[in-house]
Design a protein around this ligand. Structure first.
Ligand code: 0X9
Ligand code: ZN
Length: 451
């Protein structure tokens, strides 16, 4: 009896999805699309949302229905503070899905009433933003294009030549854009090697707050060197290596038209498929494809046909390998789960440094939360999220000797990936405090010089 009920229930969930998809193209820049926050209170409810998420991904229908929040498989409130999920619904899908949620007693509230409007507002430039760009600068009150980030690196280097040591071209993207590694820090008078921290952002194209937060923090460290003792210590004690965008093609694509706003992957044309791109955060050669990744090019977690199929990952990898053994920390910024993730992400094994990474991660997020009260969870990806192999997080720890390897998942606040630009500075200020804690931990552990 019970089994029959479950079969009927799963069947109807699939039917609900299947029967409603006719045309999966985004229409009119997400006009009338809404984002809802669902509150999940049982394993059964979690199963339903995970099932919807998987089903739309497999069918390539995420332009109509998309679960934005990455959810664990197991409902364990003692492990995770909140079981809420953001879901995007096109106008055609709203009625049927809300009916299902109601019948399953999943409570829901609208967080974005019209995604098209949110995207328009998010993309708005003030006069100051426009003027800054025209003058080769950048602001943190708008989300900027990749070329603006590159100009910002150049301008920072020319204004602070003692602190911005190098801007190295590390290679070209699939579409031919230059990728850069910026090195900042106050060189030691004795020329000895300081511990290094590598940071990148936007390996996932749509997570715009990641690159904005990273450039904000770097800008702050450099421009406030003389006036801010925290910035000065960070610059004196650590050499910082920064790739502001680890997936510039995807990032630019997500900016190019409102319909592209939710693009996550790279932009490589796959040889045996009409589906473009691969999840670059599944493409590194460590435990590749072991878990949380697929071989279906259409899906958002497509790991590529083989490790390093993506040239951008090759460049990041070679840049980081050239910094061994200096780099002791790696921060690859994502959004939007408000989590500070640590290795291993591929499976449930504990790394030998698990306790230290937890301790330092907790201290970092405590400092972050102290600024504006934004809660963050700390843990391995499988413990608080899900397994995901082939990401920067695991690779940097296993292969590049970055002991303190983390994937910070920045602010969400119910907006998911479309976080209003007035959140950039608060996100930058709070994340800066967390990064400072990690820098201090690395400085204390490895000392002022490595040789
Ligand atoms: O799934 C991901 O790649 C990350 N979450 S996101 O919502 N930003 O897509 C989490 C990745 C954690 N694991 C690894 N870095 N491998
Ligand atoms: Zn991401």
């Amino acid at each position: 009896m019970q089994l029959a009920l479950i079969v009927v229930w799963i069947g109807s969930a699939i039917l609900l999805i299947a029967s409603h998809f006719v045309d999966a193209d985004v229409k009119d820049g997400f006009r009338g699309y809404k984002v809802y926050r669902l509150t999940i209170q049982s394993q059964r409810q979690l199963d339903l949302i995970n099932r919807i998420s998987e089903d739309v991904d497999q069918k390539g229908l995420t332009d109509e229905v998309d679960v934005w929040t990455e959810l664990p498989r197991v409902f364990s409130p003692q492990r995770r503070n909140s079981f809420t999920a953001l879901i995007l619904l096109s106008p055609e899908k709203q009625a049927a899905f809300l009916e299902t949620f109601d019948s399953e007693s999943i409570s829901h509230e609208v967080t974005i009433p019209d995604l098209a409007v949110a995207i328009e507002e998010e993309s708005r430039f003030s006069l100051e933003d426009t003027r800054a760009v025209e003058n080769g600068g950048m602001t943190w009150t708008a989300y900027h294009r990749y070329s603006t980030m590159v100009s910002w690196m150049d301008s920072l280097r020319s204004r602070y030549p003692d602190l911005v040591n190098e801007k190295v071209m590390i290679g070209k993207t699939y579409e031919g854009r230059n990728m850069y590694l910026l090195k900042v820090g106050k060189p030691r008078a004795d020329g000895k090697m300081k511990p290094g921290i590598y940071m990148d952002a936007n390996i996932h194209a749509r997570e715009w707050i990641a690159g904005a937060t990273l450039t904000f923090m770097v800008n702050k460290m450099v421009t406030e060197y003389e006036t801010n003792s925290t910035a000065r210590r960070m610059m004196n004690e650590i050499d910082w290596y920064i790739v502001p965008s680890a997936n510039p093609d995807g990032y630019e694509y997500s900016h190019a038209a409102p319909n592209n706003r939710l693009w996550r992957k790279t932009r490589r044309v796959n040889p045996f498929s009409t589906d473009t791109g691969c999840d670059a955060n599944r493409n590194f050669d460590f435990k590749w494809m072991v878990a949380g990744a697929v071989q279906t090019p259409r899906e958002n977690t497509y790991a590529g046909a083989f490790p390093y199929s993506e040239i951008e990952n090759v460049h990041v990898t070679e840049a980081l390998l050239a910094l061994v053994p200096q780099v002791k920390g790696m921060l690859s910024f994502h959004s939007a789960a408000q989590m500070w993730l640590l290795p291993w992400a591929y499976g449930y094994e504990r790394s030998e440094d698990y306790d230290e990474l937890m301790r330092v991660g907790r201290a970092a997020t405590d400092a972050l939360t102290a600024v504006y009260g934004i809660p963050y969870e700390v843990g391995t990806a499988p413990d608080i999220l899900y397994r995901a192999a082939g990401g920067t997080l695991d690779w940097a720890k296993a292969k590049a000797g970055a002991k303190y390897s983390y994937t910070p998942e920045l602010r969400d606040l119910g907006f998911g990936f479309v976080l209003p630009p007035n959140q950039i500075i608060p996100s930058g200020l709070e994340t800066f405090e967390a990064v400072n804690v990690i820098a201090q931990a690395i400085f204390e552990e490895f000392g002022p010089t490595l040789n």
